[in-house]
Design a protein around this ligand. Structure first.
Ligand SMILES: [Zn+2]
Length: 135
């Protein structure tokens, strides 16, 4: 069955991030000038505006920073999964990102829950980053 949910369209800012995901790697932009690590992967370091970003593999460790339970089918292709959680997770490296959680019941999600990155190859040419419970 083909994947029907919306997917990001990689652009010059985030194409390296999505390419790494296809290869099973979770990378973040690092600044060689000031050491900052950020997400989303803007072209320039948001702390010092250096254009010399370098993508480096991240730990993949994170914890739930906040979340909501979606109860309405705002996007039709998500309707079969209602109610589902949209989580904001704080990465061990500092940045916060939106994501979906895998294998965790809605009523088990709480702020501070420890997570590990995982990869969901939803299409031949596209892999999504998601998070599962850290063992
Ligand atoms: Zn910097």
């Amino acid at each position: 069955m083909s994947y029907t949910k919306p997917l990001p369209t990689p652009n010059k800012e985030d194409a390296p991030f999505w390419q790494a995901a296809r290869e099973g790697k979770f990378v973040l932009p690092n600044c060689p000038d000031c050491g900052n690590i950020w997400f989303p992967p803007y072209l320039y370091c948001p702390r010092c505006l250096s254009p010399k970003r370098v993508f480096k593999e991240a730990s993949g460790r994170a914890e739930v920073w906040g979340f909501i339970e979606m109860a309405q089918p705002y996007v039709k292709s998500f309707a079969p999964e209602l109610p589902y959680i949209v989580a904001l997770v704080q990465l061990e490296e500092g940045p916060i990102m939106f994501t979906n959680l895998v294998g965790i019941k809605n009523d088990e999600v709480k702020v501070g829950l420890k997570l590990q990155v995982c990869f969901d190859p939803v299409k031949d040419d596209f892999t999504l980053i998601k998070f599962k419970r850290r063992e």
